[in-house]
Design a protein. Structure first.
Length: 128
């Protein structure tokens, strides 16, 4: 099955493989952010007793960095789920802004792309 020259079965396979890869990565980072009791970073209390303030700051930084990484994985996973839904509703491969076909090379490089290269550039320039 193709749309705009894009093989939807191949696109679905790429998206599903990327989803599985991201889930494994997220689970790996998530397991690094839990202690032996299974408490997450948010549940763990920072202990300032017998710690230099710079050590506490480093620990806070590491927690925030890990949380940011996890949030990034969740955002990418949501984008992949949205792309899979677009395959199902028949809008995959169409720019959400101008409704023209998204180029095959772009979809191959970024299967969850929502916009053509031109509109993506406009969006990025307007958000600066």
């Amino acid at each position: 099955m193709t749309t705009n020259g894009t093989d939807l079965d191949t696109a679905r396979q790429r998206l599903e493989a990327e989803r599985e890869r991201l889930i494994r990565l997220r689970d790996g980072v998530s397991s690094e952010t839990t202690d032996e009791n299974g408490d997450t970073m948010e549940q763990q209390e920072l202990s300032t007793m017998d710690q230099h303030p710079a050590d506490v700051a480093s620990e806070v930084f590491e927690r925030e960095k890990d949380e940011s990484i996890l949030q990034g994985f969740d955002i990418e996973l949501a984008e992949i789920e949205e792309a899979l839904a677009r395959i199902e509703d028949g809008s995959y491969g169409q720019c959400e802004r101008c409704h023209k076909p998204i180029g095959e090379a772009r979809l191959e490089a970024m299967p969850h792309a929502r916009y053509c290269v031109d509109d993506q550039g406009r969006i990025e320039r307007s958000s600066v």
